[in-house]
Design a protein around this ligand. Structure first.
Ligand code: ZN
Ligand code: ZN
Length: 381
């Protein structure tokens, strides 16, 4: 252990105590900057972007820039783990493991500060993964663009996999997702005079049923997609015809093409509702997430190396219908994301999410050895 080495378990617990919403990660940002300030300043350069942090670790003879990303935000979940270091913010929790992600990233920074490699390494702490979406604006910021990596890696904790395992696949790992909000505006009126009103409760009911055909009757059955309306509301009172209705949901697909095809079909059905029920409608797609597409050759190379020398079990996995905004980085930069097994009794976004902290050292060791191997290998060819 290097003298004055970072205590990663303590860091993770400190971060776990202070979950913050997207773009409000002020205390988290301050904490990360304080930890970085304890490392030798001669080897690193630190910048901020909104509530995010970018760190560049100078290489010894840089030819390329390697990127690593961790997300920073917590979730509006009331923590029920009973842990001594549980959240001090009522109604907020690091229920998606982003505290672990940041800790691993700090461990990676610390390692390369003390064990420099040939290439530069850029580690980004990205705000607002859970919403409204920090990856895209961060990727497009001048701060990031000036340090743009040639290739890039990220991980996400996986409660369902054991500690010591990683899971990934070439190609699509996570779906493209979009929120969906549809407002219908008709004409209210007395319940006894439907002929003088435009009833949006009935229109919304028809639309809800029609939306179930978007995937079933349009996508190739061997492709995959989901349309879920999780909330619906209409009207104000039992004896008044509903002037307005609102449907709230999410759409997901494993390819960008399928997602845009689904949006086209939704728009056509909504136009039909406007015509058929003499109403006005608006569609708002809210927050969008680009699919996470793992660059096949890089991913395959990592999987082979990790199985051989990584000291972890490598599990080839299926794509998931969850969204992750790391997809925006992978849209313009080759790279991949993988699941890190943390063996939690409860899943992501649940109040009992409790990752096994032993996974932190495993991830730091895996990533630092992989980056070192890959950089040396690429320099040799
Ligand atoms: Zn999440
Ligand atoms: Zn997450």
């Amino acid at each position: 252990m290097t003298p004055g080495a970072l205590d990663l378990q303590a860091i993770r617990r400190d971060l776990h105590r202070i979950p913050e919403p997207g773009f409000q990660e002020f205390e988290t940002q301050r904490y990360i900057l304080n930890v970085l300030a304890r490392l030798p300043a001669s080897r690193i350069e630190v910048k901020t972007w909104r509530t995010g942090v970018l760190v560049r670790i100078k290489g010894t003879a840089p030819r390329r820039v390697v990127g690593y990303r961790a997300d920073m935000d917590g979730l509006p979940v009331e923590e029920a783990t009973g842990l001594a270091f549980r959240s001090v913010r009522p109604g907020y929790m690091h229920a998606c493991g982003h505290d672990v992600h940041m800790t691993v990233a700090l461990g990676v920074v610390e390692h390369f500060v003390h064990h420099p490699v040939r290439d530069d390494l850029v580690v980004v702490f990205q705000p607002a993964e859970e919403g409204p979406g920090g990856a895209r604006p961060m990727r497009d910021s001048p701060e990031f663009s000036r340090w743009k990596p040639d290739w890039m890696v990220a991980l996400h904790v996986a409660p369902e996999y054991p500690v010591g395992a990683v899971a990934l696949r070439e190609g699509t790992l996570f779906a493209g997702t979009s929120e969906l909000f549809i407002d219908l505006i008709g004409q209210g009126g007395h319940a006894a005079f439907p002929h003088r009103a435009k009833d949006m409760a009935v229109a919304a009911a028809h639309l809800l049923v029609q939306l179930q055909t978007v995937v079933a009757r349009n996508l190739n059955p061997l492709d995959a997609g989901v349309v879920t309306i999780g909330r619906m509301e209409a009207g104000t009172k039992q004896n008044i015809i509903a002037e307005r209705a609102r449907l709230e949901g999410t759409i997901r697909a494993l390819s960008t093409e399928s997602l845009s095809q689904m949006k086209e079909r939704i728009e056509a059905l909504v136009r039909g509702i406007e015509e058929g029920f003499s109403c006005r409608a608006t569609i708002d797609y809210g927050a969008n997430y680009q699919q996470v597409y793992n660059t096949p050759d890089l991913t395959r190379e990592f999987m082979d190396w990790a199985a051989r020398e990584g000291g972890v079990k490598v599990i080839p996995c299926e794509p998931a219908m969850t969204g992750e905004d790391f997809g925006y980085f992978l849209e313009t930069i080759p790279g991949f994301m993988f699941w890190l097994g943390v063996d939690s009794p409860e899943g992501l976004h649940s109040a009992g999410m409790n990752p096994d902290e032993r996974a932190i050292d495993i991830a730091v060791s895996l990533l630092t050895r992989y980056f070192t191997w890959k950089i040396e290998r690429d320099a040799a060819v």
